[in-house]
Ligand binder design. Structure first.
Ligand SMILES: C[S@@+](CC[C@H](N)C(=O)[O-])C[C@H]1O[C@@H](n2cnc3c(N)ncnc32)[C@H](O)[C@@H]1O
Length: 314
């Protein structure tokens, strides 16, 4: 079942151009997923390079491991089951002081969305789980919908789902407890949100909010990207693919602050954000997938690609 899964990697041409992997380089794929980007990066590191793939989903790592196996003779391939926020420890445990490149392809993989039993999608009826890391116990979406207060649910759905009907949805969730499955929740949300035009199912934003909360996807994201930048060797590159405005905001703020642009609120008299000049931003405007890619792979439609390069003297 797992072996059948594929994930069409997003904006591969743009990622490779911006990441610019070279023979002998050390490159981290911080969200290796099913290895879609890594199998394209690996041959460019041969001979002698080192690819370090990180993911917190053990099922994904198993697949990535199998796909990257053919490269392990001509270079080093290391897969690490961890949260990418642990990058400094992951590198220091392997004696690595600096890296030539790092890629983040944020969000969920097709494996997660298409595995009915993992509860990420309302296309299948399944328990509301939504944990990316299934190897250890953690808060599930089921616990959030059944235990959180109406006010906290409203805030979550408003903030992480950017959902205008958050108040109505939170009220309906609390009124209809206990909620046990994806499709039960989707039906409750759809009724509360009312019919809308457009291509999004009315429960899409609520499911996004729950997934972000279960996996604490935005906590420390800006800091993680800043950490990664500090581990780049001079001339090293960072590339980030984001899929919604909250992720994009964290990436933009990290890039702004470490390219020396103050991110303090307007009107602040003395800079307090500690902006420093480490990088040059290579994408003044985020790149988007071409129409042909979106037609071929609809999951790429919301992608934004940003990249930066560590300054030589920083
Ligand atoms: C969009 S997928 C990556 C797909 C991959 N680029 C490919 O082409 O196969 C995102 C992956 O990042 C992982 N992930 C998300 N947040 C993470 C984190 N904080 N630490 C480690 N992995 C994370 C997810 O488990 C998922 O497998």
């Amino acid at each position: 079942m797992i072996a059948m899964h594929t994930h069409t990697p997003v904006m591969v041409r743009e990622v490779l151009e911006l990441l610019h992997p070279q023979p002998g380089a050390i490159v981290v794929d911080a969200t290796v997923g099913l290895g879609g980007h890594s199998v394209e990066i690996a041959p460019r590191l041969v001979p002698g390079g080192w690819l370090i793939g990180i993911d917190r989903d053990p099922q994904a790592l198993e697949i990535a491991g199998r796909r990257l196996e053919p490269f392990s003779g001509a270079m080093r391939v290391t897969l690490v089951h961890a949260d990418f926020r642990e990058l400094p420890q992951i590198l220091s445990a392997r004696g690595i002081e600096g890296i030539d490149g790092i890629l983040y392809d944020l969000g969920v993989s097709s494996l997660q969305l298409d595995s009915a039993e993992r509860g990420f999608s309302f296309r299948f009826d399944a328990p509301l789980d939504m944990r990316m890391d299934t190897s250890r116990p953690g808060v599930t979406a089921q616990e959030i919908v059944n235990r959180w207060s109406e006010a906290d649910l409203r805030q979550l759905i408003w903030e992480y789902g950017e959902e205008p009907a958050a108040a109505r949805i939170a009220h309906a969730i609390v009124q209809n407890r206990p909620i046990g499955s994806t499709q039960q929740l989707a039906a409750i949300v759809a009724r509360a949100a009312g019919r809308r035009g457009g291509r999004l199912h009315p429960a899409t934003r609520t499911f996004q909010a729950l997934r972000i909360a279960v996996n604490r996807e935005l906590e420390g994201l800006q800091e993680a990207i800043e950490q990664a930048i500090r581990h780049l060797l001079p001339g090293g590159r960072i590339v980030v693919l984001s899929y919604h405005s909250l992720e994009a905001r964290a990436v933009k703020r990290a890039f702004q602050r470490l390219s020396g642009k103050c991110i303090c609120p307007t009107g602040t008299l003395m800079c307090q954000c500690g902006a420093e000049r480490w990088i040059q931003v290579l994408t003044p405007h985020a790149l988007k997938p071409e129409a042909e890619e979106v037609a071929r792979n609809p999951r790429s439609r919301s992608a934004q690609c940003r990249a930066a390069q560590r300054l030589m003297g920083a």
